[in-house]
Design a protein around this ligand. Structure first.
Ligand SMILES: [Zn+2]
Length: 396
């Protein structure tokens, strides 16, 4: 009941805010916004509702979110300045239990993907998710602030380099599978590993000690899944190297355990930062970088995201494709576990779109592109930290 009253109150507030935004966008300053077109709340809502008609990838055994009762209550678009937009999406309570494990990452990721084409020109986008008017992050667990194992004094700073996804046990299908689809011969789970591998090589021996969260050795002996361990998700590697269950066994199914393992491991080794490497979906093009606006390290995370996004886009434009699109920064209030559960600066870089054939997917087929990105990530990490970068290490 309290939630209901609170939600109604916040919805009234949102309606007032919407009225003021409508007044603003009708003002003479409007012409400037032609440079960065902003989606309308109505078109965003329609796009999200179309997306809710299908189950997220890998969750096909479930009803679609729309069939299960996930509803869009309200969408609010606020133009913050000429290069920043806030999108508030108020969802129904079913959002929290659509995935019976109670994990919201897959559903929220699908919702974000359905807004991708419309946010291409929105500059930086701050997503604010509500559930019946209450901010999403208030429903989600936090990480314990203190690490379980301290960093050795005076040694190199550990930086967790997290290659997103990997083969996992899918409870719905009862089989081992990759977390993402194969597109034009490549799959995000393995492309992410390649880039993390190149970044780790760039950092080896420097002031930053790269800490990988998936098996770093590429050989063909079968792992727990029967597939090579380097293709497997993080939780199986963490289990194999003897980290405690408090790192790899938090979550109700392996999909959520795998997401949680990465930031929890970063907390356990007291990493200076977490760089999560991903590639995008939603039929957009270009690079965007995510941070969490509510994990207690938002300022340092935002700074890291800014430096990384700028460095990656600049390197790709300089060395690979002068027309590479910069989608800007993305933030949300707890929507991605990899950032939310890190009790330290954490970002997710979405380098290119797997599901856009040219130029994105084509670039991800090219080892030179992945190496350019890895070197940019290394340079950005040093720029962010203020530690002088050593000479570039050639890996090819
Ligand atoms: Zn991903």
């Amino acid at each position: 009941m309290v939630l209901h009253l609170n939600g109604a109150f916040l919805r009234r507030l949102a309606a007032v805010a919407l009225a003021s935004v409508l007044a603003l966008t009708g003002s003479p300053g409007r012409a400037q916004q032609a440079v960065t077109p902003t989606p309308s709340a109505g078109s965003l809502r329609a796009a999200i509702e179309r997306g809710l008609a299908a189950a997220p990838y890998g969750f096909d055994v479930l009803q679609s979110p729309a069939q299960a009762g996930v509803r869009v209550q309200d969408v609010l678009v606020e133009v913050i300045d000429s290069d920043a937009t806030r999108i508030t999406i108020d969802l129904s309570q079913k959002t929290l239990t659509y995935d019976p494990s109670g994990d919201v990452d897959a559903l929220i990721e699908a919702i974000i993907a359905s807004t991708v084409p419309q946010t291409a020109g929105s500059g930086d986008v701050e997503y604010r998710f509500l559930v019946d008017g209450v901010p999403l992050h208030e429903f989600l667990p936090r990480a314990a602030a203190a690490p379980a194992r301290g960093r050795a004094e005076g040694g190199p700073h550990r930086v967790v380099v997290s290659a997103g996804h990997g083969v996992y046990w899918n409870e719905g299908f009862g089989d081992w599978r990759l977390q993402r689809p194969r597109l034009w011969g490549i799959v995000e789970d393995l492309v992410n590993w390649d880039i993390a591998h190149y970044l780790a090589a760039q950092l080896a021996g420097s002031a930053f000690q790269p800490v990988l969260v998936r098996q770093p050795v590429q050989d063909d002996r079968p792992g727990e899944s029967g597939r090579p361990p380097w293709q497997e998700a993080s939780l199986y590697y963490m289990k194999a190297i003897g980290t405690p269950p408090a790192v790899w066994n938090i979550g109700i199914d392996d999909y959520s355990r795998d997401i949680n393992t990465r930031p929890l491991y970063a907390n356990w080794v007291d990493a200076a930062a977490v760089i999560s490497i991903h590639n995008n979906g939603g039929e957009g093009t270009g690079t965007e970088t995510w941070f969490d606006a509510t994990n207690g390290h938002e300022a340092a995370s935002q700074h890291l995201a800014e430096v990384i996004n700028r460095a990656v886009v600049a390197a790709i434009r300089r060395e690979y494709n002068p027309n590479w699109p910069d989608r800007g920064l993305r933030s949300c209030n707890g929507c991605k576990g990899e950032n939310r559960l890190a009790s330290r600066p954490a970002i997710i870089v979405e380098i290119a779109f797997m599901d856009t054939r040219s130029p994105d997917n084509e670039a991800l087929q090219d080892e030179r592109f992945k190496q350019i990105v890895a070197r940019a990530l290394r340079d950005a990490l040093f720029e962010w930290s203020g530690i002088p970068a050593p000479a570039v290490i050639q890996t090819h």
